[in-house]
Design a protein around this ligand. Structure first.
Ligand code: PGA
Length: 250
């Protein structure tokens, strides 16, 4: 089973448009046997979209959650609230949030809070820049270590880890499939070293950054890749349709 996570980010502008986009996703995702399709709409649309939906082809994710379940935290959404609004997943630590100051420590607390209410975390890791000396390896390692440090081994199977360094997001093309393969290997090796064999085998490892209909076949051919997280293409019905079709191929 491959995962395709559509991260809508702060789009679209209205609920009417969000409903239209969701209709397109449903149409494209229905009947696909080898794909778990997950949409991460803006929090304000989550409940409206999930409420009337009885199908099984699309699951819902928050784009972010806070690390407490309730209280005086103006502007935040708790994992419990996201769950109540229909989410089964929560993206945590996306590069765009880390760029706004979200630390490894905050990510750690958010992952714990999400698991507490049985939301599956989709943890995003990745360096900002790729330096010549390979320092990015220790950055990614520290991110993974912090994010999973409080995850009990029985929950490894509920965790998705997406490697999307800042330099792959929002580009014309994704890195070639060998580079993506290297990234998947780095994440699995780090999981093995830090948390053991079960973590390496059970945590789902995804790639994110500039996935599109042209490069999707190459990316899905990478061994050991459990799926992708997609930004811009998730807003274009014809393109998301194409990517889902490719993901569903054997
Ligand atoms: P992109 O975004 O697919 O538009 O590059 C990916 C992401 O930010 O997760």
């Amino acid at each position: 089973m491959k995962y395709v996570v559509f991260n809508w980010k702060m789009n679209p502008k209205t609920l009417t448009e969000a409903n239209r986009l969701f209709t397109a996703v449903k149409k494209s995702a229905t009947g696909l046997k080898r794909v778990n399709t997950i949409i991460a709409p803006p929090a304000v649309f989550l409940h409206d979209l999930s409420r009337g939906y009885r199908g099984k082809s699309v699951a819902f994710s928050a784009q972010n959650v806070f690390y407490e379940q309730e209280g005086s935290y103006t502007g935040e959404m708790s994992p419990a609230q996201a769950k109540d609004a229909g989410a089964g997943y929560a993206v945590i630590g996306h590069a765009e949030r880390r760029a706004m100051g979200e630390s490894d420590e905050v990510v750690r607390r958010k992952v714990s809070a999400a698991l507490q209410v049985h939301l599956k975390p989709i943890i995003a890791v990745g360096e900002r820049e790729r330096d010549e000396d390979g320092e990015y390896v220790s950055i990614v390692r520290a991110q993974i270590k912090a994010a999973l440090t409080e995850v009990p081994p029985s929950k490894f199977k509920n965790v998705l880890l997406t490697y999307e360094p800042t330099w792959t997001i929002g580009m014309d093309d994704a890195p070639d499939k060998n580079s993506v393969h290297q990234m998947m290997l780095l994440v699995r090796k780090t999981l093995l070293e830090l948390f053991g064999k079960d973590a390496m085998k059970q945590v789902r490892v995804l790639y994110g950054g500039s996935v599109n209909p042209e490069n999707a076949a190459d990316i899905f051919s990478v061994p050991d890749l459990d799926g992708v997280l997609i930004g811009r293409v998730s807003l274009v019905p014809a393109q998301l349709h194409e990517v889902l079709k490719i993901a569903n191929r054997k």
